[in-house]
Design a protein around this ligand. Structure first.
Ligand code: FO1
Length: 310
């Protein structure tokens, strides 16, 4: 029975996470999730990447945006707007109930991990969703105009400010989720899903001990490129790379992860870049439009992990 740890952020990574969850049961794959996007808003503790994974694995996700829920209604937000409240972060009525419930559990002393398990369980998810840490870590995006909280950069300012760097406030004091470290014991593979390396994966790798645990693990670490054909399939990764004066190419993503990787997965469109990648590469279709695409990529990545293990 394989034991896989999947590392994911928001929408892009959650697609591959869904494919993995269709192939592997709850005792075969666990999901380590970025919490650097988390923020307090309207008095509620919002965990966007965790919720994107919860909605994706439970089939409730809005298929167009990837975040938030399908079949949503907006009575709360519309009324908040007329009352002069902050309506830039779109919270649907059904989604709102999840944030209220989580905020209540956290206030009553539950950890992020326990709250996620309770909510995911009630939405029919059997797999383990493991926040990268139960301690607070907040991603700040540094721009020419000063530091921005992640959601202010990503949603309120629509990723327009040019980035100069990132900060993961609290990461240096954060403890890795012990459930992740335990899951890594005896793992057969680690899959870094196609999320933004800078703001979805690096927050996790910046937690003392977590990167080292991945390096020390005998399990091969494989990353799937979120950059295809010089563009990010979702979100601002390519724009950030250009602003950081890095080539917005798949091979640059492999360089970014450096010695952490044992393998790298890139799309056929970037086959010509494979020679420039220092580790074993798998060239396959990484663009996931359908559920079949998600499962097929998961299958290819697991077979790749298996080959690297030998
Ligand atoms: N992303 C947006 O671009 N616009 C939104 O209004 C928005 C609302 C939102 C509400 C709940 C939630 O869980 C996620 C939401 N996201 C929204 C996505 C969120 O910004 C994530 O951090 C991104 O998906 C990056 O991972």
């Amino acid at each position: 029975m394989p034991r896989i740890l999947a590392i994911t952020g928001g929408v892009g990574g959650a697609k591959l996470a869904l494919g993995l969850s269709r192939l592997l049961g709850p005792d075969e794959v666990a999901f380590a999730v970025n919490t650097g996007d988390d923020f307090e808003h309207l008095g509620l503790e919002i965990c966007p990447d965790l919720d994107t994974l919860i909605y994706t694995l439970s089939g409730l996700a809005n298929p167009d945006t990837g975040w938030g829920r399908r079949d949503e209604t907006w009575g709360f937000l519309d009324t908040l707007d007329t009352l002069g409240g902050e309506a830039w972060f779109r919270l649907g009525d059904h989604d709102l109930a999840l944030h209220v419930r989580r905020t209540e559990m956290l206030r009553d002393g539950a950890t992020r991990t326990a709250a996620a398990a309770e909510i995911a369980g009630r939405l029919g998810i059997a797999h383990r969703l493991l926040p990268m840490s139960d301690d607070p870590v907040r991603t700040l995006v540094h721009t020419a105009g000063g530091p921005l909280a992640f959601q202010h950069y990503f949603v309120r300012d629509r990723c327009e400010p040019a980035v100069t760097g990132f900060e993961f406030r609290g990461a240096d004091r954060a403890r890795p989720n012990p459930a992740i470290v335990d899951w890594l014991e005896g793992a057969d593979g680690v899959v870094i899903c196609p999320s933004n390396p800078f703001v979805s994966v690096d927050p996790m790798l910046s937690i003392p001990g977590l990167r080292q645990a991945l390096m020390d693990s005998p399990a091969p670490v494989v990353a799937v490129s979120p950059i295809v054909g010089g563009a990010a399939l979702k979100g601002p990764a390519a724009k950030m790379m250009a602003e950081l004066e890095l080539p917005a190419r798949a091979d640059q993503v492999a360089r970014h992860y450096g010695e952490l990787l044992d393998g790298f997965v890139m799309d056929q469109q970037d086959a010509d870049l494979a020679g420039g990648v220092a580790v074993e590469t798998l060239v396959t279709q990484t663009v996931m439009r359908t559920l079949e695409d998600r499962v097929a990529l998961a299958e290819a990545v697991l077979a790749f992990c298996d080959r690297l293990k030998r």
